[in-house]
Design a protein around this ligand. Structure first.
Ligand SMILES: Cc1ncc(COP(=O)(O)O)c(C=O)c1O
Length: 317
């Protein structure tokens, strides 16, 4: 059956997201320039008449777009019509996949961590997924941890039929390849490029796309259970995507503020003040920790005077 949307046009590369310099005395005092790579503003106008498809602002912006687009292209090329992916109850990635599926004509299935949520009222994030047509399937946490096991996947296939599997957070080899474009857009602009990390696909691709002499700095927002877990995950993603290590990157693990979606009074105060000072709405789960960590490092003198730091703004509140 013909795909309902012209995917080649819909999934063509977007123009580079804007780069914006801001004045912040905590950086300026140290002779460091601060740039914001506004991936939250990635061009979202869809190139076809969306009247029948609904509001375009739900189209996934930023790193979600960069990670999903190559997976959707591969699914379309293989004639696949359904996407299955995984996430927690507040997953940005589940929402992005649901929105992309609705707009681009894929059926979507979201496997959600926590079977206790099945009968609870839907939170706004899961309600949005359902409104975008995603079938939600709740599984218990022990099973969720084993989501990559052949036995669990076989069960999902039995229940839902054929689908393209996209891992939690959308991070796989194709996603990392998609994020190289982010690095390429930043070539020659900054000495250090910083990004918040969840599942690591964005950092894996960003680092691979940067030019010589540039380094990438990842700020994990999760408190890893196992030491160096994310380090190994990013290395593995780079092996799968590029055949081996790429680029100069490292993780700065001091700024998870207690773990995923955890906040501290200092983090909140910092984010509110940053919003007031720069008029930038600060997404709290990822972007706030990135900016908080970077600013602390600048105040500690971690960046050489005369150097430039770019922070990738991956999402909106
Ligand atoms: C706003 C935002 N920033 C950063 C990330 C981290 O991306 P990754 O999971 O590729 O490390 C995510 C998750 O996809 C996100 O939603």
């Amino acid at each position: 059956m013909k795909h309902p949307v012209d995917l080649a046009t819909a999934l063509r590369p977007r123009p580079p997201s804007p780069l914006q310099e801001i004045e912040d005395e905590r950086f300026a005092r140290r002779g460091v320039r601060l740039l914001l790579k506004r991936d939250d503003l990635i061009h979202t106008t869809l190139p076809w008449d969306t009247a029948a498809l609904g509001p375009v602002e739900l189209y996934p912006p930023g790193n979600k777009w960069r990670k999903l687009a190559p997976n959707l292209r591969a699914a379309a090329a293989a004639g696949e019509r359904a996407l299955l992916t995984f996430g927690g109850a507040y997953s940005n990635h589940l929402r992005a996949t649901a929105a992309a599926g609705r707009l681009l004509g894929f059926a979507t299935i979201g496997v959600v961590r926590g079977d206790e949520l099945a009968d609870a009222p839907r939170n706004p994030s899961l309600a949005r997924c359902a409104a975008d047509g995603m079938r939600l399937h709740f599984i218990d946490r022990a099973r969720y941890r084993r989501r990559a096991d052949p036995e669990v996947l076989a069960e999902l296939h039995e229940r839902f039929g054929a689908f393209r599997l996209i891992p939690e957070g959308g991070s796989n080899a194709l996603a990392a390849q998609g994020c190289t474009e982010l690095g390429r857009e930043l070539r020659g602009t900054a000495d250090t490029v910083a990004v918040a990390c969840g599942t690591g696909g964005t950092l894996a691709g960003l680092a691979a796309g940067l030019g010589p002499g540039q380094r990438a700095l990842g700020f994990p927002v999760l408190k890893g259970g196992r030491p160096h877990f994310l380090q190994e995950t990013v290395e593995e993603l780079q092996r799968a995507a590029f055949g081996g290590p790429r680029g100069d990157w490292r993780l700065e693990e001091r700024f998870h503020c207690g773990g995923y979606a955890r906040r501290t009074p200092e983090l909140d105060a910092f984010a509110t003040a940053f919003e007031d000072r720069h008029g930038l709405p600060v997404e709290r789960i990822y972007v706030a920790k990135l900016l908080y960590g970077l600013t602390t490092l600048a105040e500690e003198g971690a960046f050489a005077p005369g150097s430039t730091v770019a922070a990738v703004i991956t999402g909106t509140p």
